[in-house]
Structures are given as structure tokens and as C-alpha cells.
Design a protein around this ligand. Structure first.
Ligand code: DGI
Ligand code: FE
Ligand code: FE
Length: 194
């Protein structure tokens, strides 16, 4: 197996991603590693998954549908209508192809980093949350509270993020991915301890 070091991967991404996206990837990686420390997760997997979660953004969004079709990646209707969503599934494809990452836990954390899914693994939760709270994010409401909750209770934090995300998508009149909605319902129960 052709293992690349984290430094090799950083060097590749620094060239393939736009500067802001590269900086975001480094930040998600650092926050994900910190959350793994807090919750007894695998720090190295969190660091790596965070670093490469948006690697498909090196490619133009207007080619995502064709790329997914060519690679045999199945798409939902909502993904065909909102191609930016496809970067999550394409990211797992490029994690294998460009970075030789075959670990299913890491690949699933990349696939579900945009929508989440019900009953996420610890690593999936960590990447989903780190993507939302990394220091360069500033647009979402009550980010300060969400950032504190991330280090207190992961499931309550997911409940907060998903309800704010669904509210935001409705406000903006975006089509909601059915998986985002299922995840929202699942963690609104979990977050309240039902
Ligand atoms: O790739 P990032 O910008 O770091 O973050 P991300 O992968 O979480 O993608 C965020 C974008 O995805 C944000 O613009 C909202 C959008 N998104 C998340 N869930 C849905 C969605 N867009 C639509 N249309 N429907 C969804 O359910
Ligand atoms: Fe993303
Ligand atoms: Fe991201």
C-alpha cells in the first residue's frame, strides 16, 4: 500500500485547493483532532479525515454530475439538482484514488460530512461538527454556543447544528436533502435524551 504522510497530503492539497478552502481543511483537521482527544476517538483518523474531507472541491462543480456518472457513483435527485452536494461522495472517491485512503470509517465520514446521517459513528460526528465550527466559520447563528456544546455533548451539538441548518435551508428556499432531514429528526430526539 502506498501510504502518504499527512505532510505529503497537505502539500498536495495546498496546490490543488484554493487558498481559503485549503485553510478551511487545515482548520477542520485541527478541530477534528481536538474533538477526538476530548471524546477518546482516533486522533490520527480524525486529523486525516478532516484534512481531506473537501478534497473533491479541487474540481469544478459543473463537472460533478458527469464525474459521478463516469465513476459509477449513484446520485439522488436532490444531488443532481444541487451538484455542490456531490463533493461529499466524490471526496471519498478521490480519498482512495489520490490519497490511498481505504479506511471505511474515514470514507464514511467524508461521504456524510455535508448531510450527516442517523446513528453516526464517533468519527462521522466529529467531522460533521468540526466542519461547522472550525475557527474561520462565522455565518451560522449562535456559533459561540454551538462551539461550546461541541466539547460538552456531541449529540446535543448535532441537534443544534441540524436544526439551525434545516432552518437556514428553509429560509433560503433550498431543497432539503432527505438525508439531512432524517438526520435532523434523529438527533432532535437524541439531543433531548428520548
Ligand atoms: O463544503 P463546506 O462548504 O465546507 O461545507 P458542507 O460540505 O457542509 O457544505 C455546506 C453546504 O451544503 C451549505 O451551502 C449548505 C449545503 N447543504 C447542506 N445540506 C443541504 C445543503 N444544501 C441543500 N440544497 N440541501 C441540503 O439538505
Ligand atoms: Fe464539504
Ligand atoms: Fe468543509
Amino acid at each position: 500500500m502506498n501510504d502518504l504522510s499527512i505532510t505529503d497530503i497537505k502539500s498536495i492539497l495546498s496546490k490543488s485547493l484554493k487558498e481559503e478552502r485549503f485553510y478551511h481543511s487545515l482548520s477542520v483537521s485541527a478541530v477534528a483532532a481536538s474533538l477526538a482527544m476530548r471524546y477518546g476517538g482516533d486522533i490520527k483518523k480524525a486529523e486525516l479525515a478532516g484534512l481531506i474531507h473537501d478534497c473533491a472541491k479541487a474540481y469544478p462543480t459543473d463537472q460533478f454530475i458527469k464525474m459521478a456518472d463516469d465513476f459509477g457513483i449513484e446520485l439522488l435527485d436532490v444531488e443532481r439538482d444541487n451538484p455542490q452536494l456531490i463533493h461529499a461522495k466524490l471526496g471519498a472517491y478521490y480519498a482512495k484514488k489520490d490519497f490511498f485512503v481505504y479506511d471505511d470509517e474515514i470514507l464514511n465520514a467524508i461521504i456524510y460530512h455535508t448531510t450527516g446521517r442517523p446513528n453516526m459513528s464517533l468519527l462521522e460526528k466529529i467531522i460533521y461538527i468540526a466542519d461547522y465550527i472550525e475557527p474561520a466559520r462565522y455565518k451560522a447563528k449562535r456559533l459561540d454556543e454551538v462551539r461550546v456544546e461541541a466539547f460538552e455533548d456531541l449529540d446535543k451539538c448535532l441537534d443544534m447544528i441540524l436544526s439551525d441548518t434545516v432552518e437556514h435551508l428553509i429560509e433560503k428556499n433550498y431543497v432539503i436533502n432527505p438525508i439531512t432531514l432524517e438526520t435532523y429528526k434523529y438527533y432532535s430526539k437524541q439531543g433531548k435524551g428520548d
